[in-house]
Each structure stands twice: as C-alpha cells, then as structure tokens.
Design a protein around this ligand. Structure first.
Ligand code: ARG
Ligand code: ZN
Length: 875
C-alpha cells in the first residue's frame, strides 16, 4: 500500500493521556494500556468506530469506560484494533501480550544483550500496544515497569522517576511520568542490568539536571567522551539558540543491537554502542568525532523533534535536516569549521549525490512511500541539512536565530510541517522564500555552468550562470532552484578583489559575497574591476550543486591561492579528478601513464606547509575516492579507476618519498592519546604520509606498516596501518589480522572494524573471504553492526570487488538480503541500496544487478520495505 502526502488527514481521535504498565517476562510480556481518548474537534469525519494501529500483538482484553467488551464490540486484524460505537470522550483499557525475546526486527520492545529496550521511530510503538501510532497525536505518558529485580535492577522510561518499590515475589517496579506531551514514536523503556556513569549539568536558568550514561558493567571507562560531548552540547544549545533542557534527568543507554545510530526518545536517548563507547586503545579519531556529533544530534532533537515534532512522516526532514544542520554547526564550533565542512560535503557527495542520480531519487520532502523506514536517507538527512544551511546563508546568522525563536514561539508542543518552519524563517527574516521551497519538493542535483566576460576599457566583469537538473522519477521537468552563490574574486596575484555589483552605491569590499540566483539563467555584472579576475565560486559549498566546466588551469590557480579553505580544497580535488580521469582513459587505451608534474608540485607544497594546519593538509593531499571518480564517468570502469588511482598514489609516494618519510617521523605522537582537533589533525597527516609511502610497494614501506599495526598505542594508528596492510599481498597481512583478532575478540566494536577492513580489501580473494567470514563464530546476521561491517562494507565500500565482472558480488549481496529479510526487514531493505546504482555500469553489469534485484523480488513473503527498495531500484 502506498501512503501519499496528499492523502493526509487530521486524526479522528486524540489521546490526551496514557498509563502504561509493563510486566516484563522471560516468556510473555504483558502490556496494559489505559488510554484517555476524545474526538478531534478538527477532524473532518465522525466515524462510529475507533481504529488503533497494532502489529504482532496478542490481544487479551478490551474495556471501554471501565466495562469489559465482548468480542462483538471490536474487531482485530493484522494491523489494527477497531472498537465500534464509541462516544465523544472515553477511556479504553487494552491488555496485550508480546514476546520481546523473539523480536529480531529490533523495532518495538526487544532484547539486546539480555536487557529490554525499545525503538519506536517510526512505527514501532504499534508493536508494543494498540495506539494512534502517528506523530500528530501527542499524549502525556505515565509508564510503570515491573520486572524481576535480580535480572533487571535498572528500570527506565521517559520523563522523571516518581515512584517505585519491591514486590514480594522478587520483582520490583518503577514509575515514570513525562510531563511533556509527545507522539508515540518518542516513547522508550529500558530494563536491565546496567551501570551508570553520572554527571550533572546546571542550566543557565538554574535547573540541575542529573546526567547518566547506562552501559554494561566493564564499559564504564569508555563513557568519558560521550559525557563531555553531552555537556558541551547542552551548553552550546543554550549559547547559540537559547535552548535549555526541560527535565530533571537526562538518560542515555547504549545497546549493541540497534538498527540505526541512535534515538532521541524524550529524556531517554537510546544509542548504538558505536556512538557512545570510546577509549584510545579501542576507538579511532573518527569514532570520537562520530560520538560527539551523534550525542549532539540526539540532544538537539529535544527541541527540534521532541518539543516541536512532525505532523506526518513526509515532514521527517523538518526534524532531521534541521537537527543535522545543528549538529554540524556544533561540531564545527568544537574544532576547525573548514575541516568539518569538507568532511560533511564529502559525506553528502558520497551518499546523497548517488541517491539523486539513481532510481531511488526523492525530494527532501517525499510525496509517497510504502515503508517509511526506507526514507531515513541521505537526502532527508544530509541534503535536508544543506537546505537549512542555505536558509542560514540567505538570512545571515542573526535573522536565522530570530526565525528559530519565532518557530518555537509559534509551534512549541505542536506537530507541524516543513511549510511552518519555512514560514517562520520567512517572517522573521523578511526574505521571500516561496521559490526557495522548491528545494523541498524537487529531487535532483543541479548542474551549474558559468560563462564570463571581462571588459578592460570599462573595468566591467560579467558572469552568466546556468543551472540544469536532470529528470528524476515522477519529475520530468524541473523549475529553477534558488541558489545562494558565495563568491570571491581573485586578482592575478591571488588577492581578494573588491566586489561591487552594477547599480550599487557603496564602494566594493574585498572578500566573500553571496549572490542569489533564482532563474535558469542569470547574469551578474560587476563594476570597478581593475584586472581580469579569477572567480572563486560556491565558497563553503554554499549550495548543493555540481559546478561543471571550470578550466583546469583555473582550478590549479584556485587550489594554490583561494582564501576560502573549502574552495581551495575543492579546486585541488577537482583538478585531481580531471587528471585521474585522464589516467583512467589512458589505462583503458593501454598507454603508459604519467603523473601530472603540477599535481606532484602542489602535493609537495601542501606537505611542506602542512604544519600550519595538518588536518587540512591531510584532506588536501587525499585523492578523490574510487566511487567519486565513478560518479564522473558515463560508463564506469572499476578496474581502470582502481589502476589509475593506485598508479598516482605510487607516483606521489615516490616523488615525495623523502618529505613523506620526514613528515611521518616528525609527527610521531610522543604524548598520550588525546582526541583534540590538533592531535587528530597530526595523526591524519602522518597516516596520509604512511599511505603514500605504502603505495610505493617497497619492502621498507611494508615493514613500516607492520610495525605501526603491531605497536601503535591507539586505535587510529593501528587501524590506519591495518587498512593499508589489508591491500598488500603476502604472509604479513594474515598474521597481523590474526593477532589483531586474538587481541580484541572480547570487544564487539573493535571486531566490527576487523570485519570491515577485510571486506574493503582490494585483493582479488576478498569476496571469497567475505563468504567465509559469514561462517566465522563472531559473525551474527541478527546484529546490525556486524551486518554493516561485513556485508555493508563490502557492497558500499569496495567498488572494485563488489562490481567484479561476472556478478558474484551482486549475487552475494542478494543472498544476504534474502537471508536477513525475515529477521530484520529494515536492515534488509537498507542493504539493497547498492544494487540500485546500476545506471553508470556497463550493459553486462547492469543486467547482472537487475538479475540480483529480481531474485530478491521473487522471494515469497518478502517484507514491504525490501519490496519497495528492490522494485523501485529496477525502474
Ligand atoms: N530519529 C533517529 C535519529 O536520527 C533515527 C531513528 C530512525 N529509526 C528507524 N528505524 N527508522 O537520530
Ligand atoms: Zn535525528
């Protein structure tokens, strides 16, 4: 069944309050719900019956206004309970049985590591009890949890704890009241044997908040970074947005079986352990950064998501795009904004641009879905954040803040739409955003080209921008997008030139200026331009577009001189991409390859100046990923891409050998590990140097890898070496991987890395190894982190081997999807994504990919989520 935005109707009934009682058991768990319901005065219809959603529930009894109902008064189907003949306002008591220990979907109430926990977004609450399981029904929740005291000493839910006690039979109970009305998707419950790492935070109005991170015994020493990140996030939201926390307790629970990253349940965030647990020996710099941003993200949802929520799931980006934007700004403020921006843009390009190009392209606000879980996408999240960022750019920070204030003033405790958000921004900002809103309704990545003319006599300079967006499913023709174009003009010496548009009174000022493009084609005229300028365009990636046709010599000039660090990095990457594509074509023609001496010089200069900003230097030295090169080709050649890139890595390693070795030595960390931006940057540059040294393939380089893999004092350096070694033929690799396994086999998150590194290896036997790893005792098809680390890493992070001629990689993925679908449909559906990326493959691979999709679709009883992904992928 297809759900459409245009079919939205206000709910016929509202639930003002619910009292839930959970009797948690090893066999059955009994859920008693006492609901206070009334008709919605805004509903269009007055149906005689009340329909509540429910899934995988065993109904025991129903009572209306305290009176038990006979079976003639209600109907139960696979997905609903319908109670006939209800009045204006009434209470309903519903008792159901569920079996959390059998719940492999990890949606609703389930068990992880022996503990009970929940995941209700988007539609998991209906797997706990019958309810109006939609975000525009906001309810006050009181939750009582009863469980065996020995096995489950800790009982948590949303809001504040109000009562508790012991039962005579060895069970105990706790009651929680959440004073804030909320939709059912924000409900949470945890019961288990957990231990807390505690701290507190005093809000600026003086509320003392007890903070606790709940983990399994033995993990207490891995919570410091998460706790510090939480306190930083709480202070940041007060300082930047004036938003304070609104309960006396804030609990975070880490569980090792979790479909996504984390969940913002009111007052009780539940996290994948990956985004909580870290210590230097087991977590990488990237893990530390991931924890900071996900802790921030879930905390920021308290306002953008919980206090103001979504009217329906088509509005998902209302909370996700905005909250990703907020977590990006938070992380940028904790370290280097330029480095953070570069890494966010890289993520967007690697994950969202392919989505826009493929058969699953959808707007930031989709118009229809079969399974909403399939729309927790890079488009809704990351592109959604770019759209909010553009509003921020168009309004400026002060008016943006006023817009946020107005949004909360108007909509606190409401379930609203993206329209409502944009209206608040428009009203507070005094900017007309009506055309800008196309970013929410049109899919696709605009391509921008620029032509220009300089008139020396009149000192005028003209630039004409053109935008074009390819058709996407259901959208053959696109209206123009509103593009904020952050621009600088550079003199031939690389100085910022003053910018003055024709018709402006004021003197021009040097630096960045934001132009707003609204049409398909638009010309901007600059005056008082003393010399022919070099334009630096879309500084800071001011709009999520692809800029085409910038001449190579200009890219090289910008890579050397642009004052905007993002644009400087970008120009270098574009130049490297051009060169690599030339190498790809030369390789295909069987010609000898030669490295561009300009690129080698530029790399040498970057390395020489690396100490000023090592993190930036590491990014600037990096070559575009194989997948990024594939995105630039009409028909991908995975072998040629791999060969060209390896060749260039080796050439850089040989040409800069002395400097690289010196950098590697100089940046050796003598102190103890710290995840500060400076220390992270130094490790990044040092490991970038190691990577180029290893690309030369010399025995010395290999020895360096083995030494670092075996003796590094932190996981960042260990893994950097291990990853490089994973591509190297010879006996060393197996021995080092074996040692690593033996050393870390007790630590799940580290073993995930061990699986992933083997899955992304470029060696020819990788697929075979992945197959045998499926049978490894540490592998578990039921654990999402494991599935992602082996099957996900292979299919999404190993272009060369996944797309191997003959289609064995596709068949492998299809088999795993078919095996996972009956256990965890959300996971299975997500795994199908790489099979949809067939458009740029050659004809033989295209048909093999389609064959794999058809094989999935032929399975009887396929979940609706996997059906949606596989069937849309074929279109
Ligand atoms: N709202 C969560 C977050 O972004 C994501 C939860 C999505 N879960 C799911 N099964 N669709 O932080
Ligand atoms: Zn989120």
């Amino acid at each position: 069944r297809v759900i459409r935005l245009s079919d939205y109707r206000a709910p016929d009934f509202l639930i003002d309050s619910v009292e839930l009682v959970f009797d948690l058991g090893e066999e059955d768990t009994r859920v008693t719900a006492h609901l206070a319901i009334r008709r919605n005065p805004e509903a269009l219809d007055r149906p005689a019956g009340l329909r509540l959603e429910g899934e995988a529930l065993r109904l025991l009894s129903v009572a209306l206004d305290g009176e038990s109902l006979g079976e003639n008064r209600y109907r139960v189907s696979d997905d609903a309970l319908i109670v006939d003949g209800v009045g204006e306002a009434f209470t309903l008591d519903v008792v159901t049985l569920i079996r959390p220990q059998d719940n492999t979907e990890l949606s609703g109430l389930y068990k992880s590591g022996g503990n009970f926990c929940t995941q209700c977004e988007a539609e998991g609450f209906r797997r706990i009890t019958y309810f109006l399981d939609r975000p525009d029904v906001m309810t006050r929740f009181t939750t009582t949890i009863r469980a065996e005291a020995k096995r489950y000493p800790v009982l948590l839910s949303n809001g504040n704890p109000v009562a508790g006690g012991e039962d005579p039979d060895g069970r105990h109970w706790a009651r929680w009241v959440d004073p804030h009305p909320k939709p059912s998707y924000l409900f949470a419950l945890v019961a288990g044997d957990l231990t807390a790492v505690r701290d507190e935070f005093i809000t600026r109005s003086g509320r003392t908040v007890s903070l606790a991170i709940w983990v399994r015994r033995g993990d207490e020493d891995k919570c410091g970074h998460a706790m510090a990140s939480l306190k930083n996030a709480m202070a940041w939201d007060e300082r930047v947005f004036g938003l304070e926390y609104d309960l006396d307790v804030f609990n975070i629970v880490a569980v090792s079986d979790f479909n996504m990253g984390a969940m913002e349940n009111k007052g009780l965030n539940i996290f994948n352990t990956k985004y909580v647990l870290a210590k230097p020996e087991t977590a990488t710099d990237a893990d530390y950064q991931g924890i900071e941003s996900v802790i921030g993200h879930e905390y920021f949802h308290n306002w953008t998501g919980d206090r103001v929520t979504c009217r329906d799931w088509f509005q998902l980006s209302l909370k996700e795009g905005l909250t990703v934007f907020r977590d990006q700004q938070f992380s940028a403020d904790q370290g280097s904004p330029a480095v953070k921006r570069i890494s966010d843009v890289r993520t967007l390009r690697a994950r969202q641009f392919p989505e826009d190009f493929g058969p699953l392209a959808h707007p930031v606000r989709p118009e229809s879905y079969i399974e909403i879980n399939n729309f927790y996408t890079a488009t809704v999240y990351e592109k959604g954040a770019e759209v909010v960022r553009m509003i921020h750019t168009l309004l400026g920070p002060d008016k943006f803040r006023k817009g946020m204030d107005l949004y909360f003033a108007r909509h606190d405790n409401q379930a609203v739409t993206i329209e409502d958000f944009v209206s608040a921004m428009q009203d507070a900002g005094g900017v007309d955003l009506s055309r800008f809103k196309r970013w929410y309704s049109q899919a696709g990545t605009p391509e921008v080209t620029v032509s220009e003319r300089y008139h020396p006599e009149s000192r005028r300079y003209e630039m004409t921008f053109r935008q074009q967006t390819a058709p996407s499913p259901g959208q053959p023709v696109k209206d123009p997008f509103v593009l904020p174009i952050a621009i600088g003009l550079l003199s031939p010496e690389g100085r910022e030139m003053p910018i003055r548009l024709d018709g402006e009174e004021a003197e021009g000022r040097p630096g960045t200026r934001v132009l707003t493009m609204t049409g398909m084609e638009q010309t901007f005229r600059f005056i008082d331009v003393a010399e022919p300028p070099t334009p630096s365009l879309f500084r800071g990636f001011s709009a999520p577009v692809k800029v085409k046709g910038v001449p190579l010599d200009r890219l090289k000039f910008l890579a050397a001189h642009d004052g905007d660090p993002f644009a400087r990095w970008e120009a270098g990457q574009q130049a490297a991409t051009r060169h690599l594509l030339d190498l790809v074509h030369a390789w295909r023609r069987g010609e000898a390859l030669t490295a561009d001496p300009d690129l080698l010089d530029a790399s040498r200069r970057t390395l020489a100046g690396g100490d000023a900003d090592p993190a930036f230097a590491a990014l600037a030295l990096g070559l575009p990923a194989e997948s990024a090169l594939a995105d630039e080709m009409a028909v991908v050649d995975v072998e040629a891409i791999h060969a060209a890139r390896q060749f260039l890595r080796g050439e850089i390693g040989r040409a800069l050998g002395t400097e690289l070795a010196a950098t590697y030595e100089r940046l050796t960390d003598k102190g103890s590990y710290r995840p500060t931006p400076a220390a992270i940057g130094a490790r990044a540059l040092r490991n970038a140097s190691l990577s180029y040294l290893s690309a030369t393939g010399t025995a010395e380089a290999k020895a360096l890898l083995v030494a670092q893999a075996e003796t590094a004092g932190n996981m960042t350096d260990t893994l950097a070496a291990l990853g490089l070694l994973g591509d190297v033929e010879g006996p060393e690799r197996a021995a080092v991987f074996q040692d690593f396994y033996e050393r870390w086999q007790h630590d799940d998150l580290v073993i995930d890395k061990w699986f992933a590194l083997q899955a992304v290896s470029s060696l020819p036997e990788t697929l075979e190894r992945c197959r045998s790893l499926l049978a490894h005792p540490a592998f578990d098809l039921r654990n999402p982190n494991r599935v992602r680390s082996l099957i996900g890493a292979f299919s999404q992070g190993n272009q060369l081997r996944f797309h191997e001629a003959g289609g064995a990689g596709y068949a492998f993925l299809a088999e795993q999807i078919i095996a996972i679908d009956p256990l965890n449909a959300t996971m299975a559906a997500r795994l199908t994504q790489p099979l949809g990326a067939w458009k740029r493959q050659d004809a033989a691979r295209q048909s093999l990919m389609r064959l794999a999709l058809e094989r999935i679709l032929a399975v009887a009883g396929l979940s609706k989520g996997t059906f949606e992904m596989a069937s849309k992928s074929l279109q």
